[in-house]
Design a protein around this ligand. Sequence first.
Ligand code: SF4
Length: 369
Amino acid sequence: MPVPPRKTIPAAVLRKTLLDWYDAHCRDLPWRSPPSATPPPAYRVWLSEIMLQQTTVTAVIPYFLKFLKKWPQIENLAAADREDVLEAWAGLGYYARARNLHQCARAVMENYGGDFPADEAELRKLPGIGPYTAAAVASIAFDIPAAAVDGNVERVIARYHGLKTPLRDNKKFLKSEAEKLVFAGKTRAGDFTQSLMELGATLCTPKNPQCGRCPWQGGCVAHLNGIAADLPVPPPKTVKPVRYGTVFVLFCPDKKSVFLQKRPDDGLLGGMTEFPSTPWNETPPKTGKDIKKYLPQTVKTAEWQVLPEEIVHHFTHFTLRLSVWQGCGTETSAENRQSWVPAAEVEQRALPGVMQKVWRAALESFKRK
Ligand code: SF4
């Protein structure tokens, strides 16, 4: 089939077309103001943007509402215990975001008197705020023209221009095209940022883009060539390394408490709660002796049962395979950063996803007994 000729549509026209579409079709989300209304408070915009990184809107909504209820203003969040913040975040993943969130709230209180700075460059100085979040907060909360370019926006622009190489090879071009659109108008900077995000989230989705309903279909190279679903081109596949470990789920004799500890503050899952484990190495341990030397000092008297299924968890940079040892040990005092926690309260603790899997496997094994 012949490809219909592509119209070159000026950036100002594209911008207006998208804003008109947004006015008619934008979703009602708890962190948003309606189109053309007074912008939402920067605290809400920032909180939602941090939560939405690598996470879907559906997953974020209950967390966003919970955080606002517990900490309605930035001063409340800044004054909270970090532990409470991590616990409230548990289940949302990418836990460095929660630590940075808390640090950022404190920095805004200390350095800016509790008001986020209305300046993209100043925003970038705050913990956990990178170029994308700074641009999103500047534009949505303060109506400052700024190009907030995330994966959604990159996908839309790459398809619109029919780029046939991976996004990572086109970063400069994608940013500059986004800027052309942002600066093609003098008003409604925040609505435009949200309209571009909305297009990527609702119509120009990774799978099954809805080109027939898209306000940009007349100029979109990918659509006109029938290749929208094939773009963006994925980067060549790399195989994730695998790491191995053994995790210890230790109950006290009456099974009412379980032994937990805190991870070090820095590094992967920093500050989160976990079941003790061996280090996570590139090769599995060779003998039971290699594993037992990592048992917490206080629990060496426990009898251990190895669960039949291992836990597999995919982190961004590696896959973790954990075997689970479960046992009952004499209850002794816990060391620094360790504690005996009532089994009924484990799920309320700041357990990262991998440890939640471990806990579910342990509970399942009890049911089978
Ligand atoms: S026409 Fe299709 S591919 Fe092009 S921007 Fe719209 S939804 Fe995306």
